[in-house]
Design a protein around this ligand. Structure first.
Ligand SMILES: [Zn+2]
Length: 81
């Protein structure tokens, strides 16, 4: 799942070059140097928003659905919303 990470710093995943300029989180709009693809939809979100997703009761469900889609070769899975 390393392809999901676009920047360094997430434990357990391979490092990616940090972008020189921050990008806006597609969910909260804050500038961030590290974004991750949401498990719930196709937004690139900051690590703060990722934490909120992880706190969601549906996080495990969303993650399972995403992993299942990727296993079936569906890399454009839209998420469970
Ligand atoms: Zn955010």
């Amino acid at each position: 799942m390393a392809k999901r990470y676009q920047a360094a710093g997430h434990q357990g995943e391979r490092d990616w070059p940090t972008p020189k300029e921050s990008v806006a989180c597609q969910r909260c709009g804050k500038g961030t140097f590290a974004t991750i693809m949401s498990y719930f939809n196709t937004e690139s979100i900051c690590l703060g928003c990722e934490k909120e997703e992880q706190a969601s009761p549906r996080y495990e469900e969303a993650k399972r659905a995403e992993n299942e889609a990727v296993r079936q070769g569906n890399y454009n899975f839209k998420g469970i919303g």
